[in-house]
Design a protein around this ligand. Structure first.
Ligand SMILES: O=c1ccn([C@@H]2O[C@H](COP(=O)(O)O)[C@@H](O)[C@H]2O)c(=O)[nH]1
Length: 233
């Protein structure tokens, strides 16, 4: 089932059972789901089958980053399992991204392919330690333009950069934004954050929300509060 909601709930759980327990409280008409490294490493493709069987569209967030041939094969494997969206690291470069896109096109696979720019947990100091002296917002812009030119359908960025990327890359370019923190939630390890309403107003096309919902005392109440905030926009 497809949904008009911009919300993607991150199922960051250590077991298939725990993830499905949460999925069974959610409704595919109200959100999409994201499967990341921890859950996929524990459960393998079974989790995708289980979520698809429950009617959810799934973002497989494995952030592939390797040589072009390897990434193209991994993206093809993900798309053949029917995921709605898959991603690579833009830092893998133009040839890697082009190879991934070309592989999808060659096999007629319509999965959305996006690229991670700068992780939302990183700030200027973190970038500087890995040899990037450019400020985060500028680095995001550089990688987003490269991603667009390499055939990506959009990027993962912080909502703080969404507005500028709409100007740079066009309104149809997807801005998938983790780093969503409602006023009631702690930032934790995230650094470049925004509230759901501010992210919506900034032009985020999809909002990834994990712990503010999954670790809330009452996850359904937390989700409803986020939906109410978005409805005000
Ligand atoms: O830059 C990025 C890329 C991916 N993520 C993922 O999004 C969720 C966010 O979860 P929260 O609990 O809401 O912080 C998580 O699965 C990350 O792996 C990201 O945060 N930043």
């Amino acid at each position: 089932m497809s949904t008009a909601s911009p919300l993607i709930i991150a199922l960051d759980y250590a077991s298939l059972d725990a993830a499905l327990c949460m999925a069974d409280r959610l409704d595919p008409s109200r959100c999409r789901l994201k499967v990341g490294k921890e859950l996929f490493t524990r459960s393998g493709p079974d989790i995708l089958e289980a979520l698809h069987g429950r009617g959810f569209e799934v973002f497989l967030d494995l952030k592939f980053h390797d040589i072009p041939n390897t990434v193209a094969g991994a993206v093809q494997a993900a798309a053949e399992q029917g995921v709605w969206m898959v991603n690579v690291h833009a830092g893998g470069g133009r040839r890697m991204m082009e190879a991934a896109r070309e592989r999808l096109d060659r096999h007629g696979l319509s999965t959305h392919l996006i690229a991670v720019t700068v992780l939302t947990s990183m700030e200027a100091e973190d970038l500087s330690e890995v040899g990037v002296s450019t400020p985060p917002a500028e680095q995001v812009e550089r990688l987003a333009v490269l991603a667009r030119d390499s055939g990506m359908h959009g990027v993962v960025c912080s909502p703080q950069e969404a507005n500028r990327l709409t100007t740079l890359c066009g309104p149809d370019f997807l801005k998938v934004t983790p780093g969503i923190r409602p006023s009631f939630a702690a930032a934790g390890d995230q650094r470049r954050v925004m509230t759901p309403l501010d992210a919506l107003r900034a032009g985020s096309t999809h909002q990834v929300v994990g712990r503010p919902v999954t670790q809330a005392e009452d996850p359904m109440a937390a989700l409803a509060a986020i939906e109410a905030e978005l409805a005000a926009g």
